[in-house]
Design a protein around this ligand. Sequence first.
Ligand code: GGG
Length: 354
Amino acid sequence: MKTFTIAVIPGDGVGREVVPQARRVLERVAPKHRVALAFQEFDWGAEHYFRWGHMMPAGAIDLLQPCDAILLGAVGHPDIPDHTTLNGLLLPIRRAFDQYANVRPAYLYPGVESPLAGRKGGEIDFVVVRENTEGEYAPVGGFVYQYQPEEVAVQTAIFTRRGIERIVRFAFELAVKRDKKKRVTSVTKSNAQGYSMTLWDRTFQDVAAQFPDVETESLLVDAAAMNFVRRPESFDVVVGSNLFSDILSDLSAILVGSMGLAPSANLDPLRRFPSMFEPVHGSAPDIAGKGLVNPLATILSAAMMLDHLQVTAAAREIEAAVAAALAEGKVRTPDLGGASSTEEMTDAVLEKLS
Ligand code: GGG
């Protein structure tokens, strides 16, 4: 029996509801695959901030480092500025553990309705790969004359050839591994941003030359957004910068039915550090505490975690159970047009597992 230590950070809002549901599923599946999961819970987030003035303690990264993986719920609270919550927890973890590949699958499950007319289950099936440690999210900038009428803000995006090269290579390797359309779409705005984004385009071309069997496409981000809606079935792997792919992956999530179905992985593909798994959605304070949130994005993120830990049969089993519950359609949370609770949605998955 192999034991993995999983750091669990439920965080804020609905994060505190979905993470226990993912744990229920993990606890059911793991023993069947001769795996023990030792959960170590960290109560960091907004409440920690109200008490101590920080989203997580000074030694947080050292506490997480020995863990095999991190399962995160959500961060964000209506009484704390969003840049404080994000920069106080999520972004420092991504950077400290060099989780440079953020993987966000978009799959239209049979039985789930897309807002796009006429799309059937399985017809939308692509992955947004987001550069996760630099770009527009680089913590570089400052204010001059802050809060004065003449104040100036500088926010500098950082693009390095090394950073672009490794995320683009990851995208090509993923397209080969998926073995579906074998197509990588690069997203930039190089017509307007003639330094960073042309470096991206050139690096993309250099890496693409090493993968002659993979078809390529380069789109400006505005055209990419349009084509996500117009021809989503044409995409396989889409790679873009930190900000562009964050925005596009919210669009892809809604195209496949709900933010409540969108999982994600923040990977250190080199496995030097723990990788982190989280739903794409945030803390959703409007529905928090009501038992209405869809737990499937977090359950599917937990499956991605098992996949990364190379317990692949268990990951597939969870995905199959989610697919079966959705196809059956008896249990649906409000985001999917139903009236079932968070717990009932998990129960439906557990029923398919047993
Ligand atoms: N599930 C984690 C969470 O709270 N995500 C919301 C969010 O705002 N994320 C920002 C980002 O991924 O850059």
